[in-house]
Design a protein around this ligand. Sequence first.
Ligand SMILES: [Zn+2]
Length: 449
Amino acid sequence: MNQLFADIESHSAAYLDRLVQVTAQPSIAAKGLGIAAVADLLTSMLRAIGFQVEQVDTDGSPVILAQMEGAGPQTLLFYNHYDVQPADPLEAWTTPPFEPTIREGKLFARGVADNKGAIIARIGAIESYLRVRGRLPVNLVWVIEGEEEIGSVHLHQFVTGREELLRTPLGCVWEAGGRNALERYEIALGCKGILYLELRTRGAARDLHSALAAVVANPAWRLLWALDSLKGPNGRIRIPGFSDDVRPPTPAQRRALAAMDYPEEQVRALYGIDSFLDGLTGLPLKERLVFGPTCNIDGFHTGYSGPGSKTVLPQEAMAKVDFRLVPDQQPAHVLELLRAHLDREGFSDVEIAWWEGEAPSASDPDHPFVQEAVSVAAQVYGHSPNVVPMSPGSGPTYLLCAQFGVPTVTAGVGYADSRAHAPDENIRLADWSDHMRYIVTLLERFAQP
Ligand SMILES: [Zn+2]
């Protein structure tokens, strides 16, 4: 390992230059900004270290597919994304988001934590590995998509026709994560799914004088009553069949959950809340956070909400709602259940105007690949990592991996104050180097029979 670590160390300035180059270039999927330039830049960096690279076109951003043959028969999959979140509000940044700046051992730039830092660290790790060992011990398939931050909406077009390729890997090193608030390295084994939708009700052809509420239906009330039918004050989701496909955690998942950090006091202080929902604490709190499906109202818009009064009977009302899903709930099925429920409750006038979804996945904590990733983390970081049996957030882990039986482990360069999606996004350069050491150590494990 010493040789590999020494090579990383002696090339870290050159690797850092790459990171500065890539984070100086915006690639905002939500605005279609700079996507091709960053895809091309990464393609040339990957080719320069020996990858076969293809840019796979979709109806959105191209997906970068990079492959390299190794000495052994096994294959590993890496997943990352080259798109970033919009940088606004710009005035809240200490230095401009696309002028990467180092202060106090940290690099500040939009996308550096989420997740260009990990991409460039992995390129550096592989380059060092090849220089020292000559060849990778495993075949590597690397998928770098350009629409993660907008829900991976076209990734299925990449997956279609590549099922055989995606069935091959023994495991996937996913993006995201790093060190948690207790400075413990964290590994998540998959993601919750999501069904995100917009509900809409319509009334008169235009906004009316509110005196007419005596005789004309108000779409805001219709929508409120429909929302009320989804979830009761006791927190139970009232859609019949919603929980039928929920698989209870396995004994291995429960063990992982019991060992998982959740610093309740710090989290409460951070969020400014006195207690968690339903007074939850300890293991039941962790179980709800990791394995509980949700029904959440993201936004509700109707009528007038400016200063003072405006007596209006709104023409329409709209709500954004998301459901976080757990294995084996499928978004399209939950959507059908929701439609049937609304119709049965007398809300067939409530339109589902738009929806998108991702299925959930949670890898088995006892899977040999997961165990290997955990043990390498313990070696590199010097402590046993915090294993999160399933991330409470969502991502395309099911689409790319779980549906093919491939387990996923997250591996990232972030820490508790990385401010992903927010102004002053940053990583600590020490964590960035650790990620390179983690990747070469993981590769080295597969060099042994
Ligand atoms: Zn993100």
